[in-house]
Design a protein around this ligand. Sequence first.
Ligand code: NAD
Ligand code: IPM
Ligand code: MN
Length: 355
Amino acid sequence: VTTVRLAVIPGDGIGPEVVGEALKSLEAATAGTDVVFEQTHFSLGAARYLETGDTLTDDDLAAIKGHDAILLGAVGGVPGDPRLAGANIERGLLLKLRFELDHYVNLRPSVLYPGVSSPLANPGDVDFVVVREGTEGPYVGNGGAIRVGTPAEVANEVSVNTAYGIERVVRYAFAAASARPKKKLTLVHKTNVLVFAGSLWKRLVDAVAAEYPEVAVDYLHVDAATIFLVTDPARFDVIVTDNLFGDILTDLAGAISGGIGLAASGNINPDGRFPSMFEPVHGSAPDIAGTGLADPTAAILSVALLLDHLGQAGAADRVRDAVAADIADRGDARRSTSEIGDAIAARIGATVGAH
Ligand code: NAD
Ligand code: IPM
Ligand code: MN
């Protein structure tokens, strides 16, 4: 029996609601297997910050590092809350975890499951994955402002791009493309304006491409990429891009493939030095928190990514199959968060006995 130490960070708003459902699926998918999950729940997020002033203490971080993987719901307060104006939660908690745990691959798959309605009239076969760089770009916080509040104020946000940081995520993306049927990789950047970082990304993609002759390589400027994501998403297989472009593209990717309530993600440390973290792409959705309207599917599909990462491909497939079956049967009936979560966990349970 393998014991997996799982850190669970339910977070704020709908975070705890969807994580509760995701844990039901995790349990169903691993029941009767030789993997046992030992959970530690961490109470972190906006609510805790407003109460104690702490976002992520050194002790929290050390304790989380002692785990094999992390499942996170969502963190964040009500947008516009002046007490959170410094992006304390986003920077001090979520991004701090991604940086400290060296989550340099932010993996965000988009699959349009049969039966899901896309806002696109003719979406075609949507099945691609965005490999978003997770530790660099403008997210580093290498900026600053001077003469604040005066008419001469200057505000700089600097995008950090290192050869080391780009090459490792590009390598991951090529390996991913090579393992997929279409074997296609699209670099998305803005090389016509961001010439220094653009040139570095392009040269490193070209260099690594030489090691993967079977992978077809394509390039798109990020603005054009948004056109094709809407007009012809089936052209994409693996997209590799920087932290900020990847953030924006993956909300669009979620929207075209059935909505943000279905979009899953993994913040991966491929080296295995630190625990990887799995979370829905969406946030804490304060507008629907407490109403039972949150769709837990994105969190459940994030559990599938977690199982993939832990080498539990069979269990991961059982989760995805159950989600696909649930989605195919959804129709127009409006179900609550727990009704969806229970239905998916029950379908997983029904297949576990059969394997
Ligand atoms: P959001 O993703 O929370 O919500 C955007 C819209 O999508 C809302 O209308 C919401 O109701 C809807 N939505 C989101 N998840 C849904 C689900 N599972 N089912 C049905 N509808 C869903 O984005 P926002 O409103 O921009 O941000 C709210 C807070 O969350 C902010 O503080 C933000 O910084 C934070 N945030 C956190 C994360 C994270 O923890 N990973 C990600 C994004 C945003
Ligand atoms: C996401 C979120 C985060 C990001 C925010 C909350 C810092 O939008 O996970 O996509 O920009 O990465
Ligand atoms: Mn985002």
